[in-house]
Design a protein around this ligand. Structure first.
Ligand SMILES: [Zn+2]
Length: 179
């Protein structure tokens, strides 16, 4: 774990993560949906590869060694899942991996969007939540979601336009207080 970033991370709230995702999209001129997270990764110099993991629970990982950043996604996952996994790993890239380090993500990490009441919030869990907030904000930019929700009001249709799962779209619409 990159200990140098630990303190920042503690105080980074949802709004700041959303803001960071917006900045990334803007700085790369990504203004239309669907967002292509692989293209974004490539433009950051990150190689994205499919991988057969020995641990079946793994969905993705990112490894940073100096300028060399590699991302692996589970080859068996469906396209929606891969897109979300890559966006999640991009969250670690932009928010957490300031120095060398790696994140290995099992399925459970990609479903954390907020802590449950009983759960103790460790720095690790907090980072996973932040990576998921970042991923949702990246693939489903707030402005686009608000505009299209007003126009269409259909989770299914919006999921198709953003190229995300209906479940992910539904969560995003809820997060933004639209439904
Ligand atoms: Zn993660």
């Amino acid at each position: 774990m990159p200990s140098t970033t630990q303190e920042n991370v503690h105080f980074m709230k949802r709004e700041e993560v959303e803001h960071r995702a917006r900045e990334v999209l803007r700085s790369h001129g990504l203004e239309t949906i669907p967002i292509d997270p692989v293209a974004l990764a490539n433009r950051e110099g990150i190689k994205v590869n499919n991988a057969k993991f020995s641990d079946d629970n793994l969905v993705g990982m990112i490894v940073k060694r100096g300028d060399d950043v590699t991302m692996l996604v589970n080859h068996r996952d469906r396209p929606y899942r891969k897109r979300f996994t890559i966006a999640h790993e991009l969250g670690h890239h932009f928010l957490h991996l300031l120095g060398d380090g790696e994140y290995m993500d099992g399925e459970a990490n990609l479903f954390r969007t907020h802590p449950t009441d009983q759960e103790e919030i460790t720095p690790e869990k907090r980072r996973e939540i932040q990576a998921n907030i970042f991923a949702a904000a990246l693939l489903m930019p707030e402005d686009h979601v608000r505009r299209l929700w007003k126009e269409l009001g259909s989770v299914e249709e919006m999921a198709r336009l953003f190229n995300v799962s209906v479940a992910a779209m539904g969560i995003r619409i809820g997060q933004l207080g639209l439904a």
